[in-house]
Design a protein around this ligand. Sequence first.
Ligand SMILES: *Cc1c(COP(=O)(O)O)cnc(C)c1O
Length: 390
Amino acid sequence: MTSHIMPTYGRLAVTFTKGEGAWLWDENNNRYLDALSGIAVCNLGHAHPAVHKAICEQSQQLLHTSNLYNIPNQEQLATKLCALSAMDNVFFCNSGAEANEAAIKIARLYGQQKNIANPAIIVMQQSFHGRTMGTLSATGNPKIQEGFTPLLDGFVHVPFNNIEAIETALSQHDNIAAILVEPVQGEGGVNIPATDYLNKIRGLCDQHDILMMLDEVQTGIARTGEWFAFQHNNIIPDVCTLAKALGNGVPIGACMAKGKASQLLTAGKHGSTYGGNPLVCSAALAVLETIENEQLCQQATDKGHAINQAFTEQLKNNTHIVEVRNKGMMIGIELDAPCTELVSLALEAGLLINVAGEKNIRLLPPLVISNEQIEMLVNKLSALIERHTQ
Ligand SMILES: *Cc1c(COP(=O)(O)O)cnc(C)c1O
C-alpha cells in the first residue's frame, strides 16, 4: 500500500501496539525491551498509571481554553519547575525546537537591549537543537542543514568541550549575546564534556554579560541523575529549555528563564496556541510528582552507573570498544567503526536501541527499568556487539 506520510523518517519495520514500563509489544504480540524510551521521552516507561490517570481526569474536565485566560495547572507546573530548578519563570510550548526558538528570541532581545545591532549566539559543533529554521541554523551538523539555505544569521559555531574556542569567538565577535549549549550532546553521540565545562561557561557569560542558555531538552527531567543536568555543576543558567521527558509522551516544551532573561518576552512578543494547555500540564505535573515519589533521580544515577559497569565488564576484552560512558541514564558505547546496522539487529533480538553520530550506541532506557531488565539489556546487547565486531 502506498504511504501518504512524507518520507521524513526511515522507519523500522515494526508496529507497537502497547507498552508497560520498559516493555513494548508489537501487533503479533512479540515483546521488546525498550532501551530508548521514544528518544528520552518516556522516562517513566510506557503506560505509567499516574500519567494515565492525570490525562483521563483532565480530559473529563477541560482540554483547552487558550492562553487568553488563566490556566491554573499551568501556573502550578511553572511554580513547580521553578522550585526544582531555581529559575524564575517559564514559557510553555509544544516541543524542544519551539522551546529553543523562545531561547533564541530571548537572546536577541537581550542583545538589542544592550544596543547590539545584530546579536549572535555561540553554539557548538555536533549540537542538535531542532528542525525549525532557527534551531536548524543553531544546530552544528551540516548534514541536517543541507538543502535549507539561506539559514538564519547570527550563530557562531565552535567545537564542543573547548573553552578556548569560546574565548576566541568572544574576542573575535563584539555582538555575542548568549551561549547555547547542551550539557551532554545527545544526537551528537552522547558527548560528555569535562566536569567543569559548564562552570567555565557560566564564568565567561558573567564576565562578558551574556546569557548562558542550556538546551536540556534531552538531559532534563531526571535523565542524567539530577532534575536538570546543570545541577551537577552547582550553577544556574539564565535560560534552560525542556521538552521530551516533561510530558512522558504528551507534547509539551518549556523555556525557563532567570533574572535578566526572565522579563524580555512580554505581551505580544511571543506565544503559542496550544502551549501549556490544561491537558499537557496535567500530564507534566503527574510526571514531576512521580519522579519525586519513585525517587527517579537517584535511580537514574544508580542504574546508569550499574549499566556502565556491566557493559565495561562484559566488553573488556573487545578491542573495538573505544569507550563506555554515561551521565546517569544517558549511556554511550563508542565503537571504532560505524555501527548503525546494530539498530535493526537489536530489533530482531527484541531490543530497542539507537546509534548516534554513527559510531556510538546510544541507550536512553526508561528510568523505571528493573534490574532483571538491565541484565537482559546488557547480555543481549553485549552478545550482539561481540558478534558484530568479530
Ligand atoms: C530532541 C531535541 C531537540 C528537538 O526537540 P523536538 O521536540 O523534536 O523539537 C532539541 N534539542 C535537543 C538537545 C534534543 O535532544
